[in-house]
Design a protein around this ligand. Sequence first.
Ligand code: MRU
Length: 347
Amino acid sequence: MRLPTLKWTGDALELLDQTLLPNEVVIRRCVAVADVYDAIKRLVVRGAPALGVAAGYGILLSLRAESEMRPAEMRQVVEDAAAHLASCRPTAVNVAWAVGRMVAAARAAPDAELEARLTAEARAIEAEDREANRRLGAHGAALLRDGDAVLTHCNAGALATADYGTALGVIYAAGEQGKRITVYADETRPLLQGARLTAWELLQSGVPVTVLCDDMAASVMAAGKVACVLVGADRIAANGDAANKVGTMAVAVLARYFRVPFYVAAPTSTLDTNVASGRDIPIEERDAEEVAAWGGVRTVPVGAAVYNPAFDVTPANLIDAFITEEGIARPPFETSLAALRRGRGGG
Ligand code: MRU
């Protein structure tokens, strides 16, 4: 049994602290929206779909902070909390998408049902993510053959979602069909989501995994060891440009050079048709210390500048297909992604 990434208890959001894995398994209890904001900022919870689910529950907790609010005040608290949470990690569109749903639910709810409707909406966001990942996995598994080795970057697994995962969900689904899949996991500097999290959760599920330093991906592809690359996404523009963990673009460039198919697995909640291309996707820059030190030990001399963008944008022309819960999209992505989005009822 996998440990849940997140769990709503009715009065708190419990999070498996991903900053401490794989060495310690600690559950953090968030009882106020400020706790959720802090957990998102510090990557206690991370991965675009999981961030969206956590933000939904964060909005619920914003209402617990004050007692005896009138409905108009409650709606204002919800809107303020939504803006605050959406600013926390700007690249992952799932946060803005989820808090947008919560704000819309607050506006539409009759006064007497405000809290009940918001609770139902937050639960629905979580339930829909669980279901989307299962469906996405089933679609994607068709692309894998028995014996394939898959290279992945960062963590797009159960830890990055309400359950099951996107890129890793495809691998779990293929395994459930009896296909023996093995994984090469890029360690994913600077915060090692691949080494710490992907390897941990794959081992828990019995999937053989080999961890690589990021700069070793070329050599495994050159040796013909990789059948395809499978990654997640934090935001997909209307033209198919896809933001994901920094380093993903380099993997895509290598995959094209070595003629290895490059697939992006993401729920349709990660599509952002408000941005035409990757140029319009905001890229989160994180603290220089994440690059300059590891485990409290400085690895960069004082005085050297540090660049720490958390994400990069893989151009659509390097992506062979998107795997979503509504099906698989192939180029040209403007039309194929729009059709999948309509399938979700997104217009
Ligand atoms: O900074 P992180 O760990 O939140 O980055 C996560 C990723 O880049 C994932 O690949 C992406 O969110 C997809 S998760 C299904």
